[in-house]
Ligand binder design. Structure first.
Ligand code: AMP
Length: 341
């Protein structure tokens, strides 16, 4: 909206607006997957190019379909079971075991719609709190690290993958990405190869991201697929030759993809709202650090835990604990206050 030549503001399932969008657009894409699938299907029926298409959206919108898809292509995932009725809960408790994470199959993101459960009573409580939503039970994975791979596939089946990023979450929301992830070469190339396999089987066109749990034994389990440029790939904007966004545009416009090249190591930190005002303070101090670039998204209200921007700290040195500490100290310079009128 801040940079587009034209803007249509309407509900995701407003079919008149969708038709209007299709008429005015050569290729449609999306940057958020919890949208009405009927709208994407309608654009496709009207002959409008949509990338990624509705098949990708259908699978990645539903955790159960997604995990089933992954398993059917031999990609490792944590043990899981569908839950619809209280009887299913008891069955899932037996097959998945405790502790487990119960999640809504659709509509959840940033840790929303999730319950960590350690006994059958907790599972039944989650079921009643979910108020009839379709659920999936997943084994809790005692991971050593969470990593993610951002990748782009084009219609000619070329797939490029970025170096894995290492993600740290806070309350289900991404707080920090370290790039490259502090994992062995072997783990990094296995993660990239698995991501490539997923890209080809999903037949996705565009940039997407696969999130992995890395266990102590070096096993990689897929947590989820995001069919769009991803927060954990924000480091690519400043640390690589061609960002995840440019790759996406290249892919959906049938332009050649760029081979991902890391030109700097990076620590990316999200800037979340605090519910204490809409004016960000500490920016001057932060910008005095020549290794830091700041991105502010221009959202009006800094509601608590809302993603308002991010900064990336760039360095030629490997990312160690002191670099991470420096990023945290930089982050602590920032705060929110009510905007002056
Ligand atoms: P999700 O929305 O599925 O990406 O979950 C958000 C975060 O919750 C993940 O990045 C993990 O930190 C945590 N989480 C989700 N599922 C599991 C699981 N099965 N085992 C351990 N941690 C999990």
């Amino acid at each position: 909206g801040q940079v587009a030549d034209e803007q249509i503001v309407a509900a995701y399932d407003d079919m008149d607006a969708i038709d209007d969008l299709g008429r005015r657009t050569d290729v449609v894409t999306y940057e958020f997957e919890n949208i009405a699938i009927a709208s994407v299907e309608r654009l496709e029926r009207n002959g409008c190019a949509v990338a990624p298409g509705s098949d990708v959206l259908r699978i990645t919108q539903n955790r159960l379909l997604e995990k089933t898809f992954l398993r059917s292509h031999g990609v490792p995932v944590a043990e899981f079971a569908a839950v619809v009725s209280p009887q299913d809960t008891d069955e899932a408790c037996r097959t998945v075991g405790f502790p487990m994470v119960i999640k809504t199959c659709s509509g959840g993101y940033d840790g929303k719609g999730q319950w960590r459960v350690s006994d059958a009573a907790g599972a039944r409580r989650a079921l009643s709190e979910a108020k009839g939503a379709e659920l999936i039970c997943e084994a809790f994975v005692p991971f050593e690290r969470e990593i993610s791979v951002v990748a782009t596939r084009n219609a000619a089946d070329r797939v490029v993958t970025y170096p894995p990023g290492e993600n740290q979450h806070d309350g289900g929301i991404l707080a920090m990405t370290i790039a490259p992830a502090r994992v062995s070469e072997a783990v990094a190339s296995r993660a990239r190869a698995m991501t490539e396999t997923i890209a080809r089987n999903l037949e996705i066109v565009g940039t997407f991201c696969v999130e992995y749990f890395l266990t102590k034994d070096g096993e990689l389990l897929v947590n989820e697929i995001a069919p769009r440029p991803h927060n954990s790939g924000h480091y690519t904007m400043n640390a690589t030759v061609c960002s995840q966004y440019e790759q996406h545009i290249r892919a959906i416009c049938a332009l050649p993809l760029s081979t991902p090249q890391l030109i700097r190591n990076a620590v990316m930190m999200n800037i979340l709202g605090a519910g204490q005002g809409d004016q960000l303070c500490g920016v001057d101090e932060l910008l005095r650090d020549p290794s830091v670039v700041l991105h502010i998204y221009g959202k009006r209200h800094a509601v608590a835990r809302r993603k308002m921007g991010h900064f990336t700290m760039l360095t030629a040195d490997p990312i160690d604990e002191s670099a991470i500490e420096r990023a945290r100290t930089t982050h602590a310079l920032l705060g929110w206050k009510p905007a002056a009128n």
